[in-house]
Design a protein around this ligand. Structure first.
Ligand SMILES: C[S@@+](CC[C@H](N)C(=O)[O-])C[C@H]1O[C@@H](n2cnc3c(N)ncnc32)[C@H](O)[C@@H]1O
Length: 282
């Protein structure tokens, strides 16, 4: 571990939950702390859909990256990539396109620490610490410039991260800044938690932001307005369970016993779900 790694590890917050760790727990991961687990266990009685939503999003990631690789995409930027788990973007992409290059970006220093360990011997995939609200800094980062050629089509993934951008962050500007730099034929992948009922969405935003994780649940129509001018890939922006479902895709790791009672909650209540899809730049 270098001196820089030690400094980054010291900046890992242990007194507030983080999205990367709480989400990782719902995917079956072990890199989380009591503060993350307690926060989720306080959230689930009111919003039991969260476990299904996290897992449905991760299953969508596999299908989206497979689709992009088969469509000829060879370079990916994964914004807010989260902690490494099974079937990370570079592993899925390389199954279908062995020459794929991937840059992972995350604001959470624990992601950088774990990502570096995973990618130590990988010359064509890297992870950087970055804030997706500052797309100029990400595009100008030396590792992005080394691995990504913006004159060639690139897939820019914002999967299960747009709810971490509040309207004050101007998410439309965040998305536009990078897609405007990308070559024609590039793709934007996007998903975020939505609520059909704005009041329930506002209650969810208040609960999660109040716990220390920046958050804004939107309605599907609000998400659509962030993306004007890009052409959705069939079937468009939808509940992710309806985006090219594939019963034969690789399964996720089993969920922890404490979370198992919440599996299937989205079948009871259909009002909160993860919404998104792929869009292509003409
Ligand atoms: C719910 S996880 C999604 C992980 C992954 N994209 C996926 O779909 O499986 C959200 C991730 O976004 C990261 N994140 C939140 N705000 C961010 C920001 N402003 N810039 C970069 N990453 C951010 C969190 O640290 C976390 O790892």
């Amino acid at each position: 571990m270098t001196a820089d790694d030690r400094t980054e590890m010291m900046s890992i917050p242990f007194d507030v939950p983080t999205s990367a760790r709480a989400y990782g727990w719902m995917l079956g991961g072990k890199d989380n702390y009591a503060v993350d687990r307690d926060f989720l266990l306080r959230t689930l009685p009111d919003f039991p859909e969260c476990v299904d939503i996290a897992r449905q999003n991760r299953e969508f990631l596999y299908r989206a990256v497979r689709h992009l690789s088969r469509a000829g995409i060879r370079q990916f930027i994964d914004m807010g990539c989260g902690l490494p788990t099974d079937d990370n973007v570079h592993q899925v992409a390389r199954r279908f396109a062995p020459d794929a290059r991937v840059v992972y970006v995350d604001i959470d220093p624990i992601v950088l620490a774990h990502g570096r360990a995973l990618l130590a011997d990988d010359a064509t995939t890297t992870v950087i610490n970055g804030d997706m609200r500052d797309q100029d800094a990400i595009v100008g980062h030396p590792d992005v410039r080394r691995l990504i050629d913006f004159d060639e089509p690139v897939a820019i993934l914002f999967l299960s991260v747009v709810h971490h951008l509040t309207d004050a962050d101007d998410p439309r500007r965040v998305l536009r800044t990078i897609i405007d730099r990308a070559a024609p034929g590039s793709y934007l992948g996007l998903s975020q938690v939505v609520a059909d009922d704005p009041e329930r969405g506002a209650a969810m935003s208040a609960h999660i932001s109040g716990g220390g994780v920046p958050w804004q649940t939107r309605t599907p129509a609000e998400v659509d307005t962030l993306l004007e001018g890009l052409a959705p890939v069939e079937p468009g922006l939808v509940n992710l369970v309806d985006w090219r479902p594939d019963a034969d895709q690789p399964p996720l790791a089993p969920v922890h016993d404490d979370l198992a009672p919440y599996l299937g909650a989205t079948e009871q209540s259909k009002g909160i779900y993860e919404y998104g899809g792929l869009l292509r730049k003409a």
